[in-house]
Design a protein around this ligand. Structure first.
Ligand code: HEC
Length: 216
């Protein structure tokens, strides 16, 4: 025989076990779990948002003008896109080199007492590689870009376009890549083929995607 309360329990149990109740119970739990999560997220983020909204404005900083962006946008890609007007020759570049470069790179760039810029061709695959403009650099445009950005070392970025073309021409001339009076400008510079143009291999790392097009 069942007592009254035992019958009540069994009755309750059966009630819960109806398909309808099975469906509603988990839903009910899911809703309350959702509410708890929302409350928790609000509790954590609300003070952060509030604090952020209360940050003082210092009134500093300006939106850069197109001219300012242009002044910073200095990189010249291998194909020479963006090279400015202007021109130069090795003859003109020699004077600049003697004044601003020779103290660190030697009179002709090829004296190993100094930081070498000339020579070394054919040494890269040997036990004693000598990387220089002539043996190592892949594109003349990259050299131009580097001259504009980084040189002269004590006043980087101060050369005008003619001076950059000229000093680049002098380095190429010292490396027997162009003639003394060949004119370098936005059209002729990208056409120069560096001796080590084909000495590079694509980066094999799987996460490195090379999207640049080879110009020559
Ligand atoms: C005060 C010394 C100093 C002067 C002056 C100087 N350089 Fe340099 N140059 C360096 C040093 C150091 C490096 C290597 C480190 C670096 O890249 O900054 C270098 C690197 C270079 C490179 C890269 C070489 C390579 O293959 O990696 C070139 C090209 C170059 N200089 C050209 C010039 C030219 C052209 C001038 C004159 C306009 C000049 N340098 C003036 C010290 C100097």
């Amino acid at each position: 025989m069942f007592t009254r309360s035992q019958v009540g329990l069994a009755h309750n149990y059966r009630l819960r076990a109806t398909p309808q109740n099975f469906l509603t119970m988990p839903n009910h739990r899911r809703i309350s779990r959702g509410l708890r999560t929302t409350a928790l997220v609000t509790m954590i983020w609300l003070p952060i948002f509030t604090a952020y909204a209360q940050l003082p404005s210092y009134g500093v900083g300006l939106v850069p003008s197109p001219e300012e962006i242009e002044a910073w946008d200095l990189t010249i890609p291998p194909d020479g896109e963006g090279l400015p007007t202007g021109s130069g020759t090795a003859t003109l570049g020699k004077a600049i080199y003697m004044n601003r470069c020779a103290s660190c790179h030697g009179k002709n760039g090829g004296d190993s007492k100094y930081y070498l810029l000339v020579g070394g061709q054919g040494t890269l695959a040997t036990d004693k590689p000598v990387p220089t403009v002539g043996s190592f650099w892949q594109f003349p445009t990259t050299l131009w870009s580097y001259m504009r950005r980084a040189k002269p070392i004590d006043e980087p970025g101060s050369f005008n376009s003619d001076q950059v073309y000229s000093v680049t021409a002098y380095l190429l001339y010292l490396n027997d890549i162009i003639g003394k009076d060949d004119i370098l400008d936005a059209t002729t510079l990208p056409q120069i083929r560096m001796p080590n143009r084909d000495g590079y291999v694509p980066d094999p790392r799987p996460d490195v995607v090379n999207t640049s097009e080879s110009p020559n």
